[in-house]
Design a protein around this ligand. Structure first.
Ligand SMILES: [Mg+2]
Length: 310
């Protein structure tokens, strides 16, 4: 943590160059600093620059600190950046207003370098911990790939984007075959290890553009892919699993760990609800199992029936 705190990016917004100078002297060396001398200038910078922390002067002509903070908070990309107000002692009555607007802290002028450094360090650490928590809430603890929550969020985002752009999506749901028997015979430690290997292999195999591989449930994985070369992608998914050559002598499907897969192209996602789309892919997965496992039931757009890929 220490190292990345040291590299943190800080934006200082103050209309008086002398204040910018004093603040940057206090923080010099430890951080990457950028400056703006007005609220609108800061907002323009925030289009392309993502600081970890903003030090914001309260009293500025035209657009004061409060107005600037409101603009920051209504920006979809900057709203989560913590803001510390920098204010003269005489303005301290307004502290409450600043906190109400969402500032995380106050620094008072005249500037004390050790206090600036301490406050900045504390808020950078808090932000880092929060970012870490947010990330870990979207990552499956066992396999280290996206979890179901992350998949659901990504799918609804992709579904909307695909609708807008007129592009297609391919969804795949995958179950490891006879995983209960695997756990029963090789133990839960080996079962966990198997899940980790499968997750890792999938994550390595599907990396194009916005491909997403997620752990969907116990031994179930879900993939969001671009809708092209559907047969190839389905075949690749099956071979990625068998090529791991994880022994599974208690499977009726093969002597190694295999998977059953349901896959479907959605060339025009707008025509269907996400829940119905997932349900239809789940139904395909069921068909793959019914047909003997270690295969993919694929539904291509315009095709009359389901195609089995082994
Ligand atoms: Mg000022």
């Amino acid at each position: 943590m220490g190292e990345s705190v040291a590299k943190a990016k800080i934006l200082i917004v103050d209309d008086e160059p002398v204040n910018i100078h004093v603040l940057s002297e206090a923080l010099q060396g430890a951080h990457e600093l950028r400056f703006a001398t007005s609220g609108p200038q800061a907002m323009k910078l925030l289009d392309s620059y993502r600081p970890d922390l903003i030090l914001l002067d309260v009293v500025m002509p035209d657009c004061d600190g409060y107005q600037t903070l409101e603009m920051i908070q209504s920006s979809p990309t900057a709203a989560d950046i913590p803001v510390i107000f920098v204010t003269a002692m005489s303005e301290i009555d307004d502290e409450e207003k600043g906190f109400a607007l969402g500032a995380v802290d106050y620094i008072t002028k005249p500037i004390s370098a050790p206090i600036v450094r301490a406050r900045v360090r504390i808020h950078l650490q808090l932000k880092q911990q929060r970012d870490l928590l947010e990330r870990s809430a979207l990552i499956d603890g066992l396999t280290n790939i996206a979890n179901r929550r992350s998949f659901d969020q990504a799918l609804s985002r992709r579904w909307r984007a695909a609708q807008r752009q007129g592009t297609g999506i391919m969804l795949m749901l995958m179950d490891i075959d006879h995983f209960k028997q695997y756990n029963d015979h090789y133990g839960h430690g080996a079962g966990d290890d198997c899940l980790r290997q499968v997750a890792h292999a999938l994550d390595q195999a599907f990396t194009r553009g916005e491909d997403l591989v997620a752990r969907y449930g116990g031994e179930e994985f879900a993939l969001i892919l671009a809708a092209d070369a559907a047969r190839d992608q389905a075949a690749r998914l099956l071979s990625v699993i068998t090529e791991l050559q994880i022994e599974h002598l208690h499977s009726s499907a093969a002597k190694v760990v295999t998977a059953s897969v349901g896959a479907r192209e959605f060339p025009r996602p707008g025509e269907m609800e996400i829940a119905d789309a997932l349900k239809s892919v789940d139904e395909l997965l069921y068909q793959a199992k019914q047909a003997g496992r270690n295969r993919c039931a694929l539904q291509l757009e315009g095709a009359l029936g389901i195609e089995m890929i082994c």
